[in-house]
Ligand binder design. Structure first.
Ligand code: NAD
Length: 368
């Protein structure tokens, strides 16, 4: 049987630096666990524009459609800020998401005990937190028609349309229920069914999919504004939250910040199952290309490493290996190894990107 395949698109700025540490870990799985990935690499973002005049070459897009998953670093940088909108680095990422039809965006918010002091909330509220927000990514108010700025009488009016079809809601609901079955079997669906018809339909369809296909999963519904309050009050009450594109945009950013640094946050964007049963998938850290620290060996690679752990779990059914990698990260943090973004003003000397990667590999060795 062919090895599982990964397309690495490291991108710009700190993207290649953090991805270098993931490549060490991929090498470790090959050498120490006999798990071999067929890895290919290509360009996305500003570096692709520099070479091809486009942030994503058609050949790269075609490769992304063929592999088991794409691992992306980050795109963008000041050098590209004045480019035409159509060739900006971010367009490469948007094209990948759109053409792979990645409708389910998973944003975990996990608080490692060693970093609980970094949260803006009290330690007891966040210590041990481990939740996932599943955000619908390809529909809703960011895409609905009509949209635009029009003139009515003698004033302008800005219009966006919240629109969801039953099948769009059903497929992201399934994605959340599947996720819950791999975790603590609990889903909370959030919308505004009290004031929006799209919210009423959302609630009905999520309930129907639950009753027909996932009766074993505990399901609750919450208005999204109340959900935002509950996320800040006692986030540990949740396991998986499923919500639409707009509310998910806000709720996932808020939830992410419960846990501290941007350098720690992974994400996955999943689409429909491919012929081999695995979902189309792109894994990437939440952070950008961090031009202020790029090229200095200061970046925290953990967000990218944890994105690879998500790939192990969701694309390759290697949940135990994903847990091994997450526990290696936890061990390194508990030992006090810190990149600069994880240090308070009073603490000691930070380690480099590469030293953090080496420490994670050493912790993987220790796990054997
Ligand atoms: P950013 O996430 O790149 O950086 C924000 C701050 O967080 C910076 O101070 C940076 O140094 C720090 N930071 C980010 N990741 C870090 C890490 N791994 N380790 C340590 N510190 C880290 O956001 P920005 O500054 O708003 O954007 C910079 C560029 O990245 C822009 O061109 C933007 O368009 C692009 N961007 C890309 C993505 C993506 O590729 N998915 C996401 C967001 C922004």
């Amino acid at each position: 049987m062919a090895n599982p395949s990964i397309l690495i698109l490291a991108g710009d700025g700190i993207g290649p630096e953090v991805m270098a540490e993931v490549k060490k870990i991929i090498g470790w799985y090959d050498a120490k666990r006999g798990i071999t990935f067929d890895v290919s690499e290509d360009l996305v973002g500003g570096c692709a524009y520099d070479k091809h005049g486009t942030p994503l070459h058609d050949d790269t897009m075609a490769k992304a459609q063929e592999v088991d998953c794409v691992l992306l670093g980050a795109v963008g940088g000041p050098k590209y800020d004045n480019l035409d909108f159509s060739v900006k680095p971010e367009r490469g990422l948007l094209r990948l998401r759109k053409e792979m039809d990645l409708y389910s965006n998973l944003r975990p918010a996990q608080c490692f005990d060693a970093l609980a002091d970094f949260s803006s909330l009290k330690k007891e509220v966040v210590a041990g937190l481990d939740i996932v927000i599943v955000r619908e990514l390809t529909s809703g108010v960011y895409f609905g028609e009509p949209r635009g700025i029009f003139t009515e009488g003698n004033e302008r009016v800005g219009i966006n349309t919240q629109r969801y079809t039953e099948s769009e809601i059903a497929r992201v609901a399934r994605s959340a229920f599947e996720m819950a079955r791999r975790r603590n079997n609990k889903v909370c669906s959030m919308e505004k069914a009290n004031v929006m018809e799209s919210g009423i339909l959302w609630r009905q369809v999520v309930q129907e999919i639950h009753d027909k296909e996932y009766p074993d999963v505990e399901l609750s519904h919450m208005y999204a504004d109340a959900g935002a309050m509950q996320l800040c009050r006692w986030p540990k009450q949740f396991d998986v939250i499923v919500t639409d594109n707009l509310f998910g945009d806000l709720l996932s950013d808020a939830a992410a910040m419960l846990t501290g640094s941007l350098g720690m946050l992974p994400s996955a964007s999943l689409g429909a199952p491919m012929a081999n049963g695995r979902p189309k998938a792109l894994y990437e850290p939440v952070h950008g290309s961090a031009p202020d620290i790029a090229g200095q060996g200061k970046a925290n690679p953990i967000a990218c490493v944890l994105s690879f752990a998500m790939a192990l779990r969701y694309s390759f059914d290697l949940g135990d290996e994903a847990t091994r990698l997450e526990q290696a990260v936890e061990k390194v943090l508990a030992e006090g190894v810190r990149t600069a973004d994880l240090m308070g003003p009073e603490s000691g000397t930070p380690v480099s990107t590469s030293a953090m990667g080496d420490a994670i590999v050493a912790a993987l060795d220790a796990s054997l």
